[in-house]
Write a protein that binds this ligand. Sequence first.
Ligand code: HEC
Ligand code: HEC
Length: 345
Amino acid sequence: MSSSRKAGQAAALLALVWALGAQAQPTGGKYTGIGRTATPAEVAAWDIDVRPDFKGLPAGSGSVAAGQQVWEGKCAGCHGVFGESNEVFNPIVGGTTAEDVVKGRVGSLVRNDYPGRTTLMKLSSVASLWDYVRRAMPWNTPKSLSVDEVYAVTAYMLNLGGVLPDDFTLSGKSMAQAQQRLPNRNGMTTQHALWPGKEFGGTARPDVAALPCMSNCVAPAARQSTIPAFARNSHGNLAEQNRLVGPQRGVETAQVAQAAAPASESVQPLLQKHSCSACHAADAKLVGPSWADIGKKHPGQAGYLAAKIRSGGVGAWGAIPMPPQSLSEEEAARIATWLAQGMSR
Ligand code: HEC
Ligand code: HEC
């Protein structure tokens, strides 16, 4: 389907949605006629987050002893009897000391030679542990634990780590007490950089200030290499092996395998077929720059050029825009590679 026909259909569909929207009952807010207000029961089922100030924590309690039962029955198989297993995930318990419990800062986190990072080493809020277990564990049957079981098993993991005593009972009331003993409670930072950060004598700076690019942005990434023709079909036709929903589409490899052009074939027929030659010539400027000048300006930048050919653009060479070109990614990549490699064939 051509892109203009696609655009036309999209516009028609949009008009239809608007027309329907105008007739439907407004539900208030910016969007009208779409969906309905969630019921209190639906909201309650979603709204299970527990915050660091313990807001959202449901009533209940669980002892270390009860937690041992839960742990050994439902968690140890994956995480190890002592939370030490690293088979399915980093160990949960280990690497913290009695001194850390006093200081609230895990010493081994700033040691270069310490071999691992366990959950209890990094955790700065006991509410996060509680919340995570309640919503995500056991991994194979999440949300199957009762509230009391979550309290109990959380207490038991902290007991295994030497944070809570054997006779402790965790509840809404004693969560703050547990928080006060968490080994890394004072370790939270939002200023950490990529490895190695300042703590390790590195100079990397925190890189979490992401500003959206609005102008002069990097062209979208494009594929720079393709499977050679003889190998394309070695796993069967990829077009028949992908889901029919979502953006991923397998490439037709059955036909291309026979029809694919040998690497040395000229790109001239492609330039003709897609009317590139109407605006570009080998050595002279027409509407657009000459192939020779483009090649000189972007040596080795096949990825950039392939993206640019498909997206079009203006301003790189002057005020005349190049419209987006509707050719396949493969074709764009072949032309781009030819340009980036100095048009040697
Ligand atoms: C079938 C295996 C399995 C079982 C059973 C299981 N877990 Fe996990 N657990 C995992 C996996 C896998 C991860 C890592 C998940 C991820 O990162 O997406 C994990 C992660 C965790 C974490 C680490 C969170 C972090 O980011 O540091 C905790 C805590 C945890 N599980 C607690 C429990 C508890 C408590 C139970 C029992 C109620 C349990 N798990 C049962 C597989 C399991
Ligand atoms: C309607 C005329 C027109 C057609 C058709 C056209 N181009 Fe262009 N092309 C231009 C213009 C004008 C520019 C300069 C745009 C600019 O200044 O950013 C350009 C620029 C380019 C550039 C350089 C981009 C850059 O950022 O330096 C490449 C590569 C290119 N065209 C390839 C092609 C290919 C391949 C085709 C065919 C699939 C094609 N063009 C079809 C007019 C055209």
